[in-house]
Design a protein around this ligand. Structure first.
Ligand code: AMP
Ligand code: ZN
Ligand code: ZN
Length: 404
């Protein structure tokens, strides 16, 4: 009799698709790999210890927010998904992409890769997002089925309430992947530096939100079927007003345009002037490295995209690059104390990656996981065919799953 009942349950599961898993994907912006050992995040640390996790989570270059959130959700390097920086210019017509400009972030022409939202849509999997870069894009099948326009003042309570409502939807409308985003650890990391008490307080705040989320889930009948993936887009390192290089000053009066300030600076000039600029920077290469676009080291995967300019300068860890205007700002007494964007192989740029739930191994920890590999993991979890041009590889991450 018991056997018949079990078969019946399995049959009903198959018919109604109940076996499709639920995943909550949480991004804690700029939560460096080692922050969880500070003793200020008991909920996240417990989830990490009891589930399957990585010691560090390597972002892609440049270790910035928009490029990496797009990489995580597409399995593509920034040079392939198109968002090569938080802010950049399309070199063919000088049109600007900026993460702070809603009209550009919603414009599909910038996004050249397939995201998991689109893959899921094609496979009939409902998704939802309480913030994630590029989820507001104007084309319906390219964004989550449910999403919110970004508002950094949204409270954790509102986000949890939003997740609750999604989980309470009738089965045929209920999302199976829900993403959540928290910015406060990044904000305080920039303002006060990675070793500040403010960063620890921000992490505790996010930890409390995740505790409340778990408590809310316990009150639903879904607690045993929900899987968590908690990660960060990159880490954070200390910077100082005493470690800033003024690129414009080095270039003196050579005609060029310098875009971006911080760990990576783009230099664009008229044809014929490139080598003069390159040589000048090369002979002053102190605390940074200069590259022609096609010379950027292969391991950074940062030369293919047409919007990467002719010359790229990359600061050493903990240094900042700027033009004249940026220099005044970065050397002022109110300059930021933390930053990211540097070489993604630097340990300080590494983030966190942990999973917890019925799909994942228990008490398992591996070394470094790469963020390009999350997309193939999501495809495996939902048993769907990944897009053909992904850079990620399932074999580098799939072993976190029980049934791999
Ligand atoms: P970064 O300059 O790389 O540190 O970017 C972090 C900033 O990105 C945070 O201050 C967030 O407010 C902002 N941000 C994160 N997600 C979004 C989004 N979906 N839309 C607009 N801005 C965002
Ligand atoms: Zn970030
Ligand atoms: Zn940041």
């Amino acid at each position: 009799m018991k056997k018949v009942f079990l078969i019946l349950v399995l049959f009903i599961n198959c018919i109604f698709g109940q076996s499709k898993p639920y995943v909550i994907l949480i991004s804690i912006d700029a939560c460096r790999w080692d922050y969880l050992s500070r003793g200020v995040s008991p909920t996240i640390t417990k989830l990490k210890e009891e589930g399957a996790s990585a010691l560090t989570f390597q972002p892609s270059f440049p270790s910035k927010t928009f490029p990496n959130h797009l990489t995580i959700i597409s399995g593509l390097y920034p040079e392939n998904h198109g968002i090569i920086s938080n802010n950049f210019i399309r070199l063919t017509d000088n049109k600007k992409y900026s993460m702070g400009d809603t009209s550009s972030v919603r414009d599909n022409e910038w996004y050249t890769g397939e995201t998991f939202w689109e893959t899921a849509h094609r496979n009939g999997i409902i998704t939802a997002s309480y913030f994630w870069p590029a989820t507001e894009v104007h084309i319906k099948y390219k964004r989550p089925d449910y999403f919110y326009e970004y508002n950094r003042n949204t409270t954790s309570k509102e986000k949890i309430e939003g997740v609750k409502k999604w989980l309470e939807l009738p089965y045929e409308k209920r999302p199976h992947l829900i993403s959540l985003y928290f910015d406060q650890v990044d904000t305080q990391g920039h303002n006060y530096g990675p070793d500040s008490k403010e960063v620890n307080q921000a992490l505790t705040e996010v930890d409390t939100a995740i505790f409340d989320l778990e408590e809310m889930i316990k009150k639903t009948n879904m607690a045993d079927s929900i899987n968590f993936i908690i990660l960060s887009d990159h880490g954070m390192t200390s910077v100082s007003k005493d470690r800033v290089v003024n690129i414009e000053k080095i270039l003196d009066d050579i005609k060029c345009s310098i875009t971006n300030t911080g760990p990576v600076v783009f230099i664009q000039t008229e044809k014929g002037k490139e080598s003069e600029i390159y040589q000048k920077l090369k002979s002053n290469e102190n605390h940074f490295k200069v590259y022609y676009k096609n010379e950027v080291p292969d391991y950074l995967h940062y030369s293919k995209n047409p919007n990467i300019p002719q010359i790229v300068a990359i600061a050493d860890l903990g240094w900042e690059l700027s033009d004249n205007r940026g220099y005044a700002h970065l050397t002022s007494s109110t300059a930021k104390l933390g930053d990211h964007g540097f070489d993604n192989h630097s340990l300080d740029m590494n983030g966190i990656f942990l999973t917890n739930g019925p799909l994942f191994k228990k008490r398992f920890c591996t070394g470094t996981i790469w963020n390009i590999d999350v997309y193939p993991l999501l495809c495996k979890i939902f048993n769907i065919q990944p897009s053909s041009d992904e850079d990620g590889k399932l074999e580098r991450i799939g072993f976190l799953l029980n049934n791999y």
